[in-house]
Unconditional design. Structure first.
Length: 440
């Protein structure tokens, strides 16, 4: 009730010109990702008594269509474009520095990451010393820290906001077309010409394209009619690419699939982002009216105040529930995913996941709330800012790609991967390492 009352007070203080629908979509997109993760991860105990890391999309191929609703990271990048457009325009109007602006964006995003990295690094070290199988340690750590990949990409997209904003001012919709053309070219080089590694450039072309749509929204260039047209055009393209084209139906990776639409993103995922953008903006008038209700708006404010904590810790909660079930003799894990019994048991499991997440929010949400940008007498030097950002992004990307748990070495931890975000933050001017160095 204390958190609710605080959120209610903040909700009542929100300026009338604030677009509440932006906050609502931010919270909705992250919650959809959380539910999707909890649903598709489907471990079970096989006939040999070993735990099998089942994946619902591989077990039940028809569920791959559900990813069109649960893969909503495009909405987060759309909202990011809107918010970054407002924030950067405000900074320019005040003659602010890019370094201060971007450093504050980095700090708000990365502060909540430090605790989850330290907790799982400690787990990997202790479990390794206790003799737990390294592959088991790696699986647990890898699963819990998958969400951090998104932050690395989002930081890069945010870093380019002044450039992409200028591009929007000069070209308008042409800037979106330019990025779409880049995504098309990259997919052609990858799928038709077999050029290796070039597809990683679509982490920028696809997500920047969606981010650019956020500028269009913020500038009032996406009326309800245009949004509906965008939805229909995006849906038509998406159906064509997945039914008649080479792209899979699933918008996230499926075990054993030759092509994935998300890692790296493809033109199909961009089409999904356009479709979702058109849909949510066509519904904006109704959404804004709904958010005039103080209770709904308070719930939105409350969720936004802990949204990164929920996102970063929801898979830790999942792992804790799975471990508890296994220690309890495999209760609930002997049901084959996809069966009617498995589906009927989902509400019970979701209650358990939520119950495990709530204490984590209570403990770690403080690293998100009240962690605004530190006051700086002078802007962070540009070179130091860039090096710090790169260190953070590489550390987060490697955490998601290869895990911080090491298959060799005494500690069982890839210390360099864990250290990079902390060192990068210190270069930007915040974080535990920065405070320690400053104190000495």
């Amino acid at each position: 009730m204390g958190l609710w009352n605080k959120a209610k007070s903040l909700a009542e203080q929100a300026p009338p010109e604030r677009n509440r629908y932006v906050d609502f979509l931010r919270a909705l997109s992250i919650l959809a990702v959380v539910v999707g993760h909890w649903l598709v991860a489907a471990p079970y105990i096989g006939a040999d008594g070993e735990v099998v890391g089942g994946h619902l999309l591989g077990i039940l191929p028809w569920t791959q269509r559900l990813t069109w609703g649960f893969q909503v990271m495009p909405i987060f990048f759309l909202v990011g474009g809107y918010s970054n457009g407002v924030s950067w325009a405000s900074t320019r109007a005040k003659n602010g520095h890019y370094s201060d602006w971007f450093a504050s964006r980095i700090q708000r995003l990365i502060n909540p990451v430090f605790p989850v990295l330290l907790v799982w690094a400690a787990f990997a070290f202790i479990a390794t010393q206790a003799g737990m199988a390294r592959e088991t340690v790696r699986m647990a750590v890898f699963l819990a820290l998958i969400p951090v990949w998104f932050l690395a990409v989002y930081l890069l997209v945010t870093a380019l906001a002044p450039l992409t904003w200028k591009l929007w001012e000069k070209l308008g919709w042409g800037s979106v077309a330019l990025l779409v053309a880049g995504a098309v070219l990259i997919d052609w080089l990858t799928l038709s010409q077999g050029v290796p590694y070039v597809n990683f450039l679509n982490f920028l072309f696809v997500w920047l394209g969606i981010h650019q749509l956020g500028y269009a929204w913020q500038q009032g260039r996406l009326s309800q009619g245009r949004a509906l047209a965008l939805f229909l055009a995006g849906l038509g393209l998406l159906l064509g690419l997945t039914i008649y084209g080479p792209y899979p139906i699933a918008m996230i990776g499926v075990p054993g699939a030759e092509i994935t639409n998300s890692m790296p993103p493809t033109l199909a995922l961009l089409a999904l982002g356009v479709t979702q953008t058109g849909l949510v903006l066509a519904l904006e008038p109704w959404g804004r009216k709904m958010l005039d209700n103080l209770s709904v708006w308070t719930a939105t404010v409350l969720m936004n105040g802990m949204i990164m904590t929920v996102y970063l810790w929801h898979l830790t909660a999942y792992v804790l529930v799975m471990v508890a079930a296994w220690l309890a003799g495999g209760i609930g894990l002997r049901v084959m995913p996809g069966t009617s019994e498995w589906w009927w048991s989902r509400p019970v499991w979701f209650v358990l996941y939520i119950a495990a997440t709530l204490p984590l929010i209570a403990i770690f949400a403080r690293y998100e709330r009240g962690m605004g940008a530190a006051k700086r007498e002078t802007p962070v030097p540009r070179l130091r800012l860039v090096i710090g950002m790169i260190a953070i992004c590489v550390g987060l990307a490697m955490t998601a790609a290869i895990s911080i748990a090491s298959p060799e070495g005494v500690t069982g931890v890839r210390l360099w991967v864990v250290a990079l975000p902390f060192v990068g933050a210190a270069l930007v001017g915040f974080g535990p390492v920065y405070r320690w160095v400053k104190g000495h």
